[in-house]
Ligand binder design. Structure first.
Ligand code: ADP
Ligand code: MG
Length: 348
């Protein structure tokens, strides 16, 4: 993998707070990369380090083969799309897009051609004369992207790109944004605290916790093989059960139930078992079966979330796809199977 963007040992401190702590990261050209983490984990600071709005205390920032750690923002081959898009309300779409080029004193005819090209790329040809308040939220976002790509950057940075939109619009805009990134073939680095957004959009995701990258992978890798409780919990719903390994391939839960798993955790060790609720099967199907009692049902139309209590007292969340069989209600008893491969063994 030839890195298009590379961070090596990057640290940024604000007084006593270490906002970004020895981050190493390589992003190949054309990826839609997401920085995902809770509030305060250092996402925005990382993005600002890439943009050049902040300089690292330590480490290297390399973009398109050039060490830019000490290069100011306007000399970096990078552009940023801000959270609320920051369009000029009194300027037309075309003037908003042209603004950066006008500042650089690019010639009039070249500006016209490049603005037309950028608007065509975001499918806003014909919207040149509108004002931002005559556009939908998704269209405003595309103007902000056009304004960034008109400068022909190597890298586009997006800070919470969908946060300014309401929930219904967000899903539609998500699909548009992904299609746009693929069409442009430009490297995107996006910051988000929304796991669904990261899963749906990103080629790869870095999960941040307190300034550090705790795991990097494709959405499926992170979801299917989280490396820690933090990642398992942050991406999707997950049952996290404390357990002790009692013999190879067998874990005991505090209530006494035993679960078989595929893996090589050492007997005697204390672990956390991570089990996604949708991977628990209803019915008897091999090892790890038990009859549980449903304590609560959350009906969501297509699926239901069931809170189930096992005979040894263990509480489990189970997701069931509705439509097969009669509706389940609290008090029902249910045969469950936890497939061996549904269990990820994590450090306690
Ligand atoms: P995120 O975007 O993940 O919410 P930030 O990068 O904004 O996280 O912040 C990371 C940490 O750095 C937080 O503890 C935050 O309070 C601190 N921080 C960020 N910017 C500044 C600043 N300009 N001055 C002081 N502390 C800051
Ligand atoms: Mg932020």
């Amino acid at each position: 993998m030839t890195a298009h963007v590379e961070l090596a040992g990057v640290t940024k401190r604000y007084g006593r707070v270490t906002a970004v702590d020895r981050v190493d990261l390589q992003i190949p050209k054309g990826e839609f990369f997401a920085l995902l983490g809770p509030s305060g984990s250092g996402k925005t600071t990382l993005l600002r380090l890439l943009a050049g709005f902040e300089l690292p205390d330590e480490g290297r920032v390399v973009i398109a083969g050039r060490d830019v750690a000490q290069v100011p923002p306007y000399h970096r081959p990078v552009n940023m799309v801000f959270q609320a898009y920051a369009l000029f309300p009194h300027l037309s779409v075309a003037r908003n897009v042209a603004f950066g080029l006008e500042m650089e004193r690019v010639g009039k005819s070249e500006i016209q051609a490049r603005v037309a090209e950028a608007l065509a790329q975001v499918e806003l040809s014909g919207f040149e004369d509108r004002k931002p308040d005559q556009l939908s939220g998704g269209q405003r976002q595309r103007v902000a992207i056009a304004r960034a790509i008109v400068k022909r950057p190597e890298l586009l940075l997006l800070d919470e790109p969908l946060a300014a939109l309401d929930r219904r619009l967000r899903e539609k805009t998500r699909a548009e944004l992904r299609a746009l990134q693929q069409r442009l073939g430009l490297t995107f680095v996006m910051v988000t605290h929304d796991q669904d957004e990261a899963l749906a959009l990103a080629t790869r995701i870095a999960v941040l916790d307190r300034g550090r990258i705790v795991q990097v992978g494709t959405p499926a890798e992170l979801y299917e093989r989280p490396a820690s409780r933090f990642v398992a919990e942050f991406l999707g719903d997950c049952n996290l059960l404390e357990a002790a390994i009692v013999e190879p391939g067998v874990a005991a839960l505090p209530g006494g139930a035993r679960l078989h798993f595929a893996g090589d955790a050492a007997p005697g060790s204390r672990v956390t078992l991570a089990i996604r609720p949708e991977k628990i099967a209803i019915g008897a199907d091999g090892r790890n079966t038990a009859v549980g009692t449903i304590e609560a049902v959350e009906y969501l139309g297509d699926i239901s979330h069931l809170q189930v209590r096992l005979p040894d007292g263990t509480a489990l969340e189970v997701t069931r796809v509705n439509g097969a069989g009669p509706p389940l209600v609290a008090g029902d008893r249910l045969m469950l199977t936890i497939p061996l491969e549904a269990i990820t063994v994590l450090p306690a």
